[in-house]
Design a protein around this ligand. Structure first.
Ligand SMILES: Nc1ncnc2c1ncn2[C@@H]1O[C@H](COP(=O)(O)OP(=O)(O)OP(=O)(O)O)[C@@H](O)[C@H]1O
Ligand SMILES: C[C@@](O)(CCOP(=O)(O)OP(=O)(O)O)CC(=O)O
Length: 400
């Protein structure tokens, strides 16, 4: 008997222009466009296996081995329903195709990093879900069209359908048909962009993005200014900077937009604080690191950005990452050795230090554990279809 099953993996993305606010909460239509860098799946990824089988009694999903309820009308149910509808259209056009759109599905997914901790697991998770169902159903659908479905799982997920540098165009239509992700540039265009994630907290966060952003929409006058007067210009300027590989402009806009996102969070009633003292100290270090570079006649060398949590993501050209790791380790001693996927440091490991001319008084040193870990990664590719050896469902259609 044929087994209808497919496995796919999808990357995390971290926005430089932040999505924050919905104009339609059901369809997940944003109040502004956004733009992100897709990170390398070799380091951070969600992997998902989907199977359709006539013996299954209902659609079921396991996340990291534990069953997650698929609530009727909820985000998971919407994505699965939309993907089945695309398969149904194919079957209606071509009677030779097996009618698997009628079967229930079993889905097993794993994240190789903490879930719901502000490391964008919902983005890679829903992108992997949609990519695995697209492979299962053998859909000829374009990535932008699939991004419309992933968007209904979690807004930021639509951007994980592409590698490289990705824009989510907010769209104008009420039905959401023009609210989708497009590639600004593939990773090959600017592979030199690396990222250092400083894990400040890997526990489940206080105010979820979903509820926080709607409170901002309802109460923040600053958000209205951001939507109308700030984001459109920044989207155009950062896209141009990416196409020109202009890191100075890319970094400036990225930091400005992170700052403004946290300003609209603060402008919310009651106010929302996602950054903590550790996050702010990292900002001070990057600002000083850049100041030294500019004073020596150079350009910006690093850009920080923060999502709905205290973890920092630092974007920089590869050649600067060694100095940045040394800087962070100097102020935030690490319990564990730095995992060095790009071989920047020899057997001696990282020695904390600052660059010449750096004013060490900009931040106080923290104790071990303030930054729990450092993840060095880089710009990466879009979802991958994997072979049967990577499957997360066993022969009975249950998680392995
Ligand atoms: N691999 C996955 N497959 C399906 N759904 C997932 C997967 N990983 C995460 N999710 C869904 O995303 C939720 C976590 O999303 P949430 O927005 O709270 O955290 P986050 O994505 O880590 O943080 P943020 O989006 O703010 O950076 C999970 O509770 C789950 O519903
Ligand atoms: C701060 C952000 O990371 C917010 C992400 O919000 P989500 O995409 O997690 O929200 P929902 O659409 O409600 O699922 C900024 C960004 O990724 O653009």
């Amino acid at each position: 008997m044929t087994v209808y099953q497919a496995t796919a993996s999808a990357p995390v993305n971290i926005a430089c222009i932040k999505y924050w606010g919905k104009r339609d909460t059901k369809l997940i239509l944003p109040t502004n466009s956004s733009l992100s860098v897709t990170l390398d799946q070799d380091h951070l990824r969600s992997t998902t296996t989907s199977r359709a089988d006539p013996s299954f009694q209902q659609d079921r999903l396991w996340l990291n081995g534990t069953e997650d309820e698929i609530k009727e009308g909820g985000r998971l149910a919407t994505c699965i329903r939309e993907m089945k509808a695309l398969r149904k259209q194919l079957e209606d056009k071509d009677s030779s195709l097996p009618k698997i759109s009628d079967y229930h599905v079993h889905i097993s997914s794993r994240n190789n990093f903490p879930t719901a901790a502000g490391l964008a697991s919902s983005a890679s998770g829903f992108a992997a879900l949609v990519a695995s169902l697209a492979a299962l159903y053998q859909l000829p659908t374009s990535r932008s069209d699939l991004s419309r479905i992933a968007r209904q799982g979690s807004g930021s997920a639509c951007r994980s359908l592409f590698g490289g540098f990705v824009a989510w165009q907010k769209g104008e239509r009420a039905d959401g048909s023009d609210s989708l992700a497009v590639e600004v540039a593939p990773r090959e265009h600017w592979p030199d962009i690396h990222a250092l994630i400083c894990v400040v907290n890997d526990e489940k966060k206080g105010t979820s993005s979903t509820s926080g952003m709607q409170r901002t929409v309802e109460t923040s006058p600053l958000l209205q200014h951001r939507i109308k007067h700030v984001v459109p210009e920044r989207m155009a300027a950062i896209s141009k900077a990416i196409l020109a590989r202009d890191f100075d402009t890319f970094a400036r806009i990225t930091m400005q937009d992170s700052n403004q996102f946290h300003a609209v969070a603060l402008d919310t009633e009651p106010p929302i604080f996602y950054m903590n003292d550790v996050s702010r100290a990292i900002i001070a270090l990057i600002v000083e690191y850049n100041r030294v570079a500019v004073e020596k006649g150079g350009k910006l060398k690093a850009a920080y950005t923060y999502d709905a949590g205290p973890n920092a993501v630092i974007y920089a050209p590869k050649e600067n990452i060694k100095e940045i790791v040394e800087l962070i380790v100097k102020y935030f001693p690490q319990a564990e050795n730095f995992k060095d996927p790009f071989g920047l440091f020899g057997a001696a490991g990282v020695q904390g230090k600052v660059v010449e001319g750096f004013n060490e008084a900009v931040a106080k040193p923290f104790s071990v554990g303030a930054v729990k870990g450092l993840i060095h990664t880089r710009v990466g590719d879009g979802p991958r279809t994997l072979g049967p050896e990577e499957a997360l469902l066993g022969p009975e259609g249950l998680p392995k």
